[in-house]
Design a protein around this ligand. Sequence first.
Ligand code: G3I
Length: 382
Amino acid sequence: MFKKINIALFSLFICLLGCKTKKESVAVKPETTQNPSLKNSFKDDFLIGAALNTNQIKELDTSAVALLKKEFNSITPENDMKWEQIHPAIDSFYFDIADKYVALGEKNNMHIVGHTLVWHSQLAPWMQEVTDSTLMAKYIENHINTIVGRYKGRINTWDVVNEALNEDGTPRESNFYKVMGSEKYIELAFKLAAKADPDAKLVYNDYNLWKPEKRAGVVRLVKQLQKDGVKIDCVGMQGHWSLKGPSIEDIENSIIAYAELGVKVSFTELDVTALPNPWDLNGAAIEQSYEKYEGDPVMNPYPVKLTDSAQTQLANRYEAIFKLFLKHKDKIERVTFWGINDGQSWLNYWPINGRTNHPLLFDRKNKPKKAYHSVLVLKNKN
Ligand code: G3I
């Protein structure tokens, strides 16, 4: 008798488990006229991309990968091609994940972005210690030739140089700048990338590019490269924004200023933080940390889900942003979100660790949020 009840309970338990798994695995509805995708809705305007974490690249996060395939037509590796990952020691490269990443993009006919060749952050420690300019140039050359060469004709776009400017538009005094004595390292990186894969699109990628002073710095930099005959195709405005700022006008002024240089603009790392910020933060530099706020509920007001009013604010903000993108679609090549869903976002651990942020169009279960619909409706009005 007890045995029978136990078997029945066990079967019920298995059934419940099975039902739950089944329900989660159908979270991504196939595309239909009633259920359109981002990538197809904006196909005549710009590419729609997402940054992938390691589990997504390895296709272990199957639900997120299913959503990726339905909604996006471009990918960027969130961390796996950064110098410290891909070139950890002077004479060794680690390509396992990058190879999988490129294969995933090819298998799904996606526009593949390489991120990022020369960046002061997440640099391998050995490279940070270089003090001789000739050696540094040699190491940059080996880095770019090896990586861009390996994926020649397969990676469509490269973030060649990342975050080389200060907020006031002056050159960032990174180790690259200090050792090479000028911004010549930027020119070197672009020249090498262009030579290693003449067909790849080459991007200068930075945050806070809506700021007038930083905008002026980018204009100066691009003009200098162009004057020296160096190929640059696009300015990447990262787009780590909030509900309140930057203003649409500032973003628009930058789009126009960059396009006037004859280069394209891409939004390379879009997300909109829904949480209060304790600061006066200068952009997205990862070095800043606010440990004293960890665990403070005032700084983490939506630990389970967004309230309806916060969902609406996020939806309105995304709608305004995408209206602007559509207005300037002739200048914009790609809009990439910095992640597929809220659960993977770096904004859950930066600048305050352990918060629950909601900055993307899909929630932690890969379900579309109100913001998703507010963006889609711009293209599917009837
Ligand atoms: O992989 C290790 C893990 O083994 C370890 O246990 C854990 C402990 O902290 O750290 C893990 O590494 C973290 C890595 O993300 C992977 O999750 C690093 O600490 C963390 O610093 C790293 O943050 C990344 C950050 O760049 C620095 O590379 C974020 O995920 C990534 O979203 C962010 O992306 C940058 C863009 O590349 C450039 N523009 C700004 C943007 C946001 O900072």
